[in-house]
Design a protein around this ligand. Structure first.
Ligand SMILES: *Cc1c(COP(=O)(O)O)cnc(C)c1O
Length: 393
């Protein structure tokens, strides 16, 4: 690859340098399945300077297979540096705690992923970190919660399950004026559809268990940003121990090579299904960022180049009818999670948002009959037929 040239995501996903072994020169990254490495002067020096990332010492600190896939993710996000983790939650907890201390304040989007929300509300608050929620789509609500102690503003590019799209540049500008760092969970968007760092965000975080790996067979996480920031997050990766096993890192890299190709199909299929469902008499509402009926379509189009592989719908007849529909699906699997090659359907009311009452969910905009579809890469006609049949009760 030419140095200094700005390649597009589809190229970077395939070609970013693998862990180089100068003697053997493998095309693909080998699995360095080792816990430890031979010590040397270079390693002793790195350890002395608390720079354990710079020489291979021990796989919780760094490993060539981890570094290769982290570099590929960083390249895709347009970041200087990247890190990989044993899960998305390890990436999120290590990142938030890298920039928040007792007495500090965090502003977080109200509709964050459930696991993150519970980490923020239960764990950070017990540690003496103050937190306030703001609305992803309302910049003013962020302005209102910012204080002198606000160190971090945290939101998601696309929210679950209503697929609201954050105005990343606007939220970032507001946060930066208050001297807060901006952390963005971009799991739903992927670096193919959106690169938050290009819009000013400081650190981008992924659950790699979803689209980055893309095959529903791995739990992993990633962080990308500037080296001074990732160095701070790395200290927590080392301290809390959420390191990615080298074999899992290899599988993540293998999955990642096709991320651009997969997203193209996820996006296209999701658009086809969203348009079909919008016309279906039993569907009350379709949530899809790029539909003309989305009042914030312009914002969505600005940030999501290819759209989104996720579609949510609200079925007439409420939760009972929606459950019946799920039961009738023959092709689309009823399972939680998202971002794999196979289509999945699930309901927030008995999965991600089960801990809320129906009234609380309604206040969040999640009305009875809401179903979330993670649209896979199957043939769009087959998927559409499966939905059409399941809706014909
Ligand atoms: C799944 C998910 C997470 C958590 O990731 P894990 O890999 O399951 O730990 C975080 N954020 C979002 C948006 C997710 O979808």
């Amino acid at each position: 690859m030419k140095t200094g040239h700005r390649y597009k995501p589809a190229t970077l996903a395939v070609h970013t340098a693998s862990a180089a072994d100068e003697k053997i020169r493998p095309l693909c990254t080998p699995i360095y399945q080792t816990a430890t490495f031979h010590l040397s002067e270079k390693v002793y020096t790195a350890m002395k300077g608390d720079r354990g990332r710079d020489g291979y010492i021990y796989t919780r600190y760094a490993n060539p297979t981890q570094n290769a896939v982290a570099a590929r993710i960083a390249a895709l996000e347009g970041a200087e540096d990247g890190l990989v983790f044993s899960s998305g939650m390890a990436a999120i907890s290590s990142s938030l705690l890298a920039f928040l201390q007792p007495g500090d304040h965090l502003a977080y989007a109200r509709d964050l992923y459930g696991g993150t929300l519970s980490f923020v509300q239960k764990h950070l608050q017990t540690l003496g970190i103050k937190t306030s929620a703001f609305e992803t789509e309302e910049a003013d609500s962020l302005r209102k919660v910012l204080r002198a102690e606000t160190r971090v503003v945290f939101f998601e590019t696309i929210t679950n399950p209503l697929l609201k799209v954050a105005d990343i540049a606007e939220l970032t500008q507001i946060a930066h004026e208050a001297k807060a760092l901006v952390l963005v969970d971009s799991t739903f968007a992927t670096p193919v559809n959106c690169r938050p760092l290009n819009w000013g965000a400081d650190l981008v975080i992924h659950s790699g268990s979803k689209y980055l790996n893309g095959h529903s067979d791995l739990i992993c996480g990633a962080v990308a940003g500037s080296r001074p920031l990732t160095d701070r997050v790395w200290k927590n990766l080392q301290a809390y121990g959420g390191c990615l096993d080298p074999t899992a890192a290899y599988h993540l890299e293998r999955g990642l090579k096709t991320v651009a190709l997969r997203m193209e199909r996820h996006n296209a299929n999701a658009y086809v299904l969203a348009a079909f469902l919008e016309k279906h008499p039993l569907i009350e509402q379709v949530y899809y960022p790029l539909l003309a009926s989305n009042p914030r379509k312009d914002i969505a189009a600005k940030y999501l180049e290819g759209g989104s592989g996720m579609v949510s719908i609200r079925i007439q007849g409420g939760d009972a009818r929606a459950l019946q529909m799920l039961d009738q699906l023959q092709l689309i699997n009823v399972a939680s999670s998202l971002g794999g090659v196979e289509s999945l359907a699930s309901m927030p009311m008995n999965t991600s948002h089960v801990q809320f009452s129906q009234q609380e969910r309604a206040r969040m905009g999640i009305l009875p009959g809401t179903v979330r579809l993670s649209v896979g890469i199957e043939d769009a006609d087959d998927l559409q037929q499966d939905l059409e049949d399941a809706l014909q009760l």
